[in-house]
Design a protein around this ligand. Sequence first.
Ligand code: ADP
Ligand code: MG
Length: 678
Amino acid sequence: MPADLFSEIEYLKGVGRARGEKYRKLRINSPYELIYHIPRAYLDFRAHVPVAQAVLNDYNVLKLTVFRKLPPQRVRGGLVICKAVASDGIDDILIVVYNNVYYFQALKEGSTYYMYGKVTGNFLRKEISSPVYISADQNVLIQPVYHLTQGLSVTMVRNSMRQALDIMHKEPFETLPPDVLRRYELCPLEEALENIHFPSSDMAAETARRRLAFDELLKLQLGMSLMKTRSRRSTAYKMDSSISISPFTEGLPFELTGDQKKAVGEIVGDLCRDVPMNRLLQGDVGSGKTAAAAAACYFTAKNGAQAALMAPTEILAVQHYNTLSGFLEPFGVKVCLLTGSMTAKKKAALREEIASGEADVIVGTHAIIQKDVEYKDLALVITDEQHRFGVAQRAALAEKGDSPHKLVMSATPIPRTLALIIYGDLDISAITELPAGRKPVNTYAVTGKLRSRAFGFVRQRLDEGRQAYVVCPMIEESESELFAVKTYAENAATGDLKGYTTALLHGKMSAAEKDRTMKKFRDGEIQVLICTTVVEVGVDVPNAAVMVIENAERFGLSQLHQLRGRVGRGQYESTCILITDNTSDDCVKRMKIMSSTSDGFRISEEDLKMRGPGDFFGSAQHGLPPLKIADIACNMELMNKAQNCARELLAADPELRKRENSALKMDVMRLFNKDIIG
Ligand code: ADP
Ligand code: MG
């Protein structure tokens, strides 16, 4: 049987059982998957230098003829050292290979090679150790470098790659329709796959990279949109638009802002249709998303159905439970809390309440989507701080109940262009205005020299009755010299914060410990919380009006913004002090942006500009399928183009059923978990 790209990887020459296993470790099962193993870098053998010009103690490319191979030397511990004398025609150099006789034997006396390796020695006597080499009569001088695993050498992978690409060339495939290639000025896939591995020039590699990155962004966008289309097909609990939410809004201790009203209107509108809602509620920290969510829960309960709210941490789940029961119980809406750390007995009782329909609103962590939790009539599912959950979890939650309406809340404002990709499967409501009377947090960036003055200020605010957060990047002291909460707390008790009650909060504490500490902080028994970024997400203590962030350089803009959002949540004037001794341009710029604006959408735009979209994709936090190339190679321009292209394709063929789109659709399904799109 002739091999094709989807044969087992072992089909390739030189790949036996053992190497096949190694490939599988890299998630490469077939030649097809191999050709999508994108090089992480290239070795450019064109850039060779004479031995005399090699930079000592650094990696160099040399063109060397092997004169004479010396007999292998065995030294203690079974180590074998092989040496050969070589020359570039003018100067001699010693090639040294450690522990790899096989590799050494492949070198032939009298032959010439390009070699890449670390050159050491001195003016008179030089050596190049364990060089990577190719024969000088090869015409491919730019060689790919791959992520490898123990037991797979780069030479081996290149060899397999060559074979896999040759199979592809026999029956080249193309996933994009010809007019897309033409209009978006993309090279054919066959060419891109060849050139991403074995480019003849930098230009060729770049063109290939652009094509492959475009593919990935396009697939991502299409996959998200197809998920949206699919969920639109199923029918959902259609609620009754004549039921009023006024009793709820009138019962609130405040008037909803315009944006909140608009968002609630959009949500209720969605709930009254028989296609499931799929909506993202975006809003800065403290913009009042929870109140909007509570309105949706109220509406659902009054429609006689159940709503579930899932939070990423126990701290948040407890907080939401408190808020929601405060808002809803006066109206006879029963709210219950279910978290992983509860006793089995308690959980069983709650499951009973959920199954019987006695519980109207169920708040909790992942515990609420476990298989053993059965709902009587789940019509609305809300997930908070959405970026902590992946696409797969979003899908798992949707499996509960009979295609429930879904609302996801995110406090990470994302520029619209990016939101359309990352949340391509969702409609978007945004709360951009903060509740009236909310004062922006005064933000200052200072160096460590001013630390004691900063703490003088902190003490003053504590004496006025306020509370404070001190954020450090680490939990425990390490070699890195970064501030760690544990040592910080010890020192603070005798130094800057002597006489004040402090407590620790970090991710290694048990959920119960964290909850106890948070409760004490909320109740005012603790004045200063010394914590890591666990407080980043959603914690709401209005009396906390000061935050000090140590090693501020360690945090990205969006993260700093999230952290800062923990203060300025009440009626008090609030302050955030960023302490850093880092004077790099990048850090200075970030500190300036933080001190000059509190607008989350603007900060995320700046973040996007500084870091590029790749960083957003690269970080696993959005739960997107893993991208191989777009995370390093994409830019805004390419992303916009891919977005346009997806829109055009779907406008003409909403579910990609046409023949010319079938290869593309298969590709999309391969990128996503197949059953998400189905
Ligand atoms: P988010 O979840 O968006 O971070 P929250 O819903 O926790 O914000 O709201 C932050 C605080 O603002 C809460 O204490 C909440 O009670 C209060 N709040 C919400 N909406 C309003 C409003 N329209 N007017 C005044 N305060 C509000
Ligand atoms: Mg919140």
